[in-house]
Design a protein around this ligand. Structure first.
Ligand code: NAP
Length: 268
């Protein structure tokens, strides 16, 4: 079985998500962690962060060197918006396919990644949300947006999330807009007493309200209003484990793809 296993490098392996991802990979019979990169754990054994990890993996602080030494087939990245583009470029340069969960990439960033994938002929899957339930929530929200004229999104995340609104909220807004093909109704804001109290507005004129506080992992509510009725589509996560089946699915499928694949729904 060992030779048939997919060889994976985990980037951001000591972070909140990276630890769950590394544990999921370590426990999957068809996968093997061959490298771990994270400046937060540099020089320490990966088992200090993930008890089920292989005993011989030392966390590195240098991605390029670790790509070279560990020869992975796939890099999984859960790091930070400021570093993820550099990590993707380094992996693609080394001929290593990418599965990326880090959020905060712009439309321009995605175009750059798509070009790199084409020129290097190496695939990359980027998903702002690897939870199966969240992807269903986005799909149902897009369907409901076809028939409701008013809609707003409330997303709630832990206090450590640095980007706002969430990548999931922005993707939901795009999917709702694409399904709807006409703008939502706007409610006048000229009498608002506090700037921003009605949330941020996307290009699709959809308002997003972002909460950041302890107690939440990653929740989202899409609220749609009609005459005499309100429809709420809500996704609640209770543990970061909810993202792992989607990440493992992406790892198992990525080598079958070409170019950039954006969104877990493309492979479900
Ligand atoms: P986190 O706890 O801050 O973990 C990120 C880790 O990456 C930290 O240990 C950080 O080290 C490390 N890091 C920083 N620069 C690095 C580099 N150049 N190479 C390798 N590792 C590096 O954050 P998190 O909560 O795990 O979230 C990580 C990302 O995943 C965020 O963008 C978040 O929004 C996203 N996310 C996505 C999904 C999804 O389903 N797509 C789900 C949850 C979270 P330092 O602390 O030293 O900087």
């Amino acid at each position: 079985m060992a030779d048939e296993q997919l060889h994976i490098l985990v980037s951001g392996a000591c972070g909140r998500m990276g630890r769950f991802v590394a544990a999921g990979i370590a426990e999957a019979p068809d996968m093997q962690i061959v490298g771990a990169v994270d400046p937060a754990g540099q020089g320490r054994l990966l088992t200090e962060f993930v008890s089920s990890a292989p005993a011989d993996i030392t966390v590195s602080g240098h991605l390029v060197a670790t790509l070279e030494e560990s020869q992975p087939q796939i890099m999984v990245d859960f790091t930070a918006p400021a570093v993820v583009m550099g990590n993707i470029e380094a992996a693609l340069d080394a001929g290593v396919a990418c599965v990326v969960g880090t959020t905060g990439l712009s439309a321009t960033d995605l175009q750059v990644v798509a070009k790199m994938c084409t020129s290097k002929q190496v695939p990359c899957l980027i998903a702002p949300n690897f939870s199966i339930g969240a992807n269903m929530m986005m799909k149902f929200a897009a369907q409901a947006a076809e028939v409701f004229d008013y809609a707003e999104i409330i997303e709630r995340h832990h206090e450590g999330k640095v980007d706002a609104p969430s990548g999931t909220a922005l993707t939901t807004a795009e999917m709702m807009s694409a399904a709807r093909r006409k703008p939502l109704q706007e409610v006048p804001t000229k009498h608002d007493k506090l700037p921003g109290s009605r949330g941020g507005v996307t290009d699709e004129r959809l308002r997003i309200h972002s909460l950041r506080m302890p107690g939440y992992v990653a929740n989202q509510e899409v609220v749609l209003g009609g005459t005499g009725e309100v429809l709420k589509i809500e996704h609640i996560t209770t543990s970061r484990e909810c993202f792992i089946p989607g990440v493992l699915l992406a790892i198992r499928k990525i080598l079958q793809f070409e170019g950039l694949v954006y969104g877990l729904e493309k492979i479900l």
